[in-house]
Design a protein around this ligand. Sequence first.
Ligand SMILES: [Zn+2]
Length: 131
Amino acid sequence: MAGVIARTAATLARARPPFAASSLHTSSVRAADKLMPDPLDHATGLERKELEAIARGNDDPFMMKVLKRAAGTKDQPTLIPSFHAERLVGCVCHEDAFYINYMWLYKGEPKRCECGYWFKLTKAEDPFKFK
Ligand SMILES: [Zn+2]
């Protein structure tokens, strides 16, 4: 049995050496002078809209960034943009808070958080609108 295994291994080793010249590929070297295509050329749908908005200078087209609180007084409330008549807002009331205080804001009704800051709903502009 050991003789059969040794003969088979020797036959396989002779038939195909592990580092033969035919196993080397040089296509990556030949393609080194070519550039990757622009992602905007291949993007469609929502991804394309996002890339176009970023190219126009809007780095947050889906309004996912955290808003910083303004002065927060009743006269100068933090303005929260919304496409709807209401929006759920989370306030990190204190810098060291371990929780977020959520509240509903309604159009035309400024609201005061438990921490004393005021918030007001404003109409959001279409981030994908061409100007
Ligand atoms: Zn708060």
